[in-house]
Design a protein around this ligand. Sequence first.
Ligand SMILES: Cc1cc2nc3c(=O)[nH]c(=O)nc-3n(C[C@H](O)[C@H](O)[C@H](O)COP(=O)(O)O)c2cc1C
Length: 184
Amino acid sequence: MKKILFIIGSLRKASFNREVSELVKNMLKGKAEVTELDYSSVPLINQDIEYPAPQAVAEMRRVVADADGVWIFSPEYNYSYPGHVKNIIDWLSRPVDPACRTAPTVLAGKKFTITGAGGKGATAACRKQLTTLLTALKADVMVEGQTGIALNLEAWTEGRMILTETQKSQLAQQAGRFLNYMEA
Ligand SMILES: Cc1cc2nc3c(=O)[nH]c(=O)nc-3n(C[C@H](O)[C@H](O)[C@H](O)COP(=O)(O)O)c2cc1C
């Protein structure tokens, strides 16, 4: 079975993006092995502490390297991705060995797919910028079939997310497409 690493781009306990990821995890049951990246101990990027890599960073690189694919579920913050998502990517974008700056990073060639739940724009700006960033860092982003979710009114007023059948079906299609993408 393919290994998929989930990155949840929200730190909020009641995150809707996390809720979406849980639904997708169920959809992938028996089809892929899903784990979630714990980045709670990853420090803010700082070149003073870059080498040797902090233990949490080394561990994060290990789990990313070990995954066949990475699925990011992210909210949109001010028409972009949250700063903590950028922090993860900044760490992953750096050479593992400072003496060998041309060696591929753990992002190079790694398959990615992106989903986002947010406001009326359905996280389109966030997903577009994330795609551009990851592609520039030589990751292999599945551009087609991303799912953007414009949250229902009750999500904002009562904290209750209700996905439509169309949104659920888009997520299932994205899962199927990503399983195929990882085979290529
Ligand atoms: C700093 C900040 C900026 C935000 N900017 C946007 C935005 O540009 N577009 C959008 O759709 N939602 C925006 N939101 C709202 C979040 O998308 C919304 O709260 C969403 O539920 C957060 O995802 P989560 O439930 O997974 O934490 C913003 C929220 C914060 C905290």
